[in-house]
Write a protein that binds this ligand. Structure first.
Ligand code: AMP
Ligand code: ZN
Length: 460
């Protein structure tokens, strides 16, 4: 598989350090409110990448953090007259509820910043010991940016440009405007943890460096997030991790483009956002997921109500196709086997698209082409051909994480086998065995009704 690596600005073959095992870190949400549809884009895109790597037979160690201490969380807690942890736990739970709704697989680990204070303090001390960070007179700890010769390599900005943009805000005691906070001394009334530098709390960037190191090791295969995280967040993570660990931090970097609304980034600060929860209450979660993976992850996507409704209609077409396929399987009497071949071709096209920098747009097109072929051919196919089409259809839609609201057939195989045997013995006019099967089915809690389309299994 090839992916576009932000670090090299090239499409590169995505090869993990350890064959068959990918170590991936995705920056997660700051939990102070419901997530909006833009926040859900990296969640759905990188979940799809993970599913695809697993589909190819790899093991994926997938870590996605929860930023549960930060200025916005403290501000919200103060507004509500409560503590930061009440806010963080509430919106973390709401975030996980949205993830479940969007059919996002739980990460291998969802580490919380506040549960990694000792690891954060360890990496902070490593940086101080090596001269890459310093303690300011007020107890803040800053990263000494000019000690990192590689600084700017991810955002591809020359040092002079970065210097021109750097500022020292009121209250900051930096040696240099480019330096950034690793640890922040607490102000009166703020949540604080003890440290060798006095009571304080972690800066934002350091938590990801510490949690990636704790859960995935000094070097990871891939680091992901939205394109707005390239600078400064990811640039600073690289600086901290590489200076502390003395080795490459992330071998590949992937960044999703923005979800826009009227051609501006959907964001809380612009107040032009729709929460996932609100949209889901109107149309359900699944069209949101489908929409977020319907374009290539690096291109901007524009949110409108109409486009979400068209996603709903597209999903409906796939559900109908899949239901028709089930019906055709139950009543298969044709002789054709073209669908078996079409399934192989659909899978090849799907894989070619996904291998090309996770081109979910083309992968979805391959699924729709396959659906059209199923609709055209299913009445003429053998059961075997139909079953292989269903298997491929389910595999591909599962990689995309869609069609998860299908009512699953939960009839046990033993019951299905008995019903099949009953049909056979009835043809042979073996009524004694047919009656015995009926009794056996009843003891298992099932009945069988004979309809013109064939036997129907009913749960009693
Ligand atoms: P935040 O909680 O703001 O740190 O954002 C969490 C994740 O959502 C990060 O990976 C951001 O890059 C991403 N994100 C935020 N807004 C958008 C947007 N409008 N489009 C795409 N990704 C976004
Ligand atoms: Zn991060």
């Amino acid at each position: 598989m090839k992916i576009f690596n932000t670090l090299t600005r090239q499409k590169e073959e995505f090869i993990p350090m350890k064959p068959g095992e990918y170590r991936i870190y995705v920056c997660g949400p700051t939990v102070y409110n419901y997530i909006h549809v833009g926040n859900a884009r990296p969640v759905c895109v990188f979940d799809t990448l993970r599913r695809y790597l697993e589909f190819l037979g790899n093991k994926v160690l997938y870590v996605s953090n929860i930023t549960d201490i930060d200025d916005k969380i403290i501000k919200k807690a103060n507004e509500e007259g409560t503590t930061y942890d009440v806010i963080a736990r509430r919106y973390e739970a709401e975030y996980f509820a949205d993830c479940r709704g969007l059919n996002v697989k739980p990460a291998t680990v969802h580490p919380r910043a506040t549960e990694h204070i000792s690891q954060i303090l360890q990496i902070t001390q490593d940086l101080i010991d090596k001269g890459h960070a310093y303690v300011a007179p007020n107890g803040d700890v800053y990263f000494r940016t000019k000690t990192d010769p590689g600084y700017g390599k991810l955002s591809h900005q020359p040092l002079e440009e970065l210097e021109a943009g750097a500022r020292i805000s009121v209250g900051e005691l930096k040696e240099d405007p480019m330096d950034f906070a690793v640890w922040k001394a607490s102000k009166p009334g703020e949540p604080a943890w003890d440290s060798p530098y006095g009571p304080g709390r972690p800066g934002w960037h350091i938590e990801c460096s510490a949690m990636a190191r704790t859960h995935l090791g000094d070097t990871i295969d891939l680091h992901c997030g939205g394109v707005d995280l390239v600078f400064p967040h990811h640039e600073n993570e690289i600086a901290q991790s590489e200076c502390a660990n003395g080795c490459t931090f992330a071998r590949y970097w992937m960044h999703n483009g923005f979800l826009n609304i009227d051609n501006r980034k959907m964001s809380k600060s612009l107040n032009n956002f729709f929460t996932v929860r609100d949209v889901a209450q109107q149309v359900g979660y699944e069209p949101i997921r489908f929409f977020l993976i319907s374009g290539h992850y690096r291109t901007p996507l524009n949110y409108t109500k109409e486009v979400i409704e068209s996603c709903q209609a597209s999903l409906e077409r796939l559900y109908t196709c899949r239901d028709n396929l089930d019906f055709a399987i139950q009543n298969a009497s044709g002789q054709g086997n073209e669908l078996q071949q079409k399934a192989v071709q659909a899978k090849e096209k799907f894989i070619a698209a996904m291998d090309d920098d996770l081109n979910t747009a083309d992968a979805i097109a391959a699924v729709f082409e396959f659906a059209r072929e199923i609709n055209t051919l299913s009445a003429s196919q053998t059961k075997e051909s139909l079953c292989s089409a269903a298997e491929t259809f389910d595999q591909l839609t599962d990689v995309l994480g869609i069609l998860y609201n299908r009512k699953k057939d939960d009839i046990p195989q033993q019951v299905k086998d008995l019903v099949e045997e009953r049909t056979k013995v009835r043809k042979e006019k073996n009524w004694a065995r047919a009656d015995a099967i009926r009794d056996e089915l009843a003891s298992l809690g099932y009945a069988v009704e004979d309809t013109p389309a064939g036997p129907k299994i009913v749960k009693k």
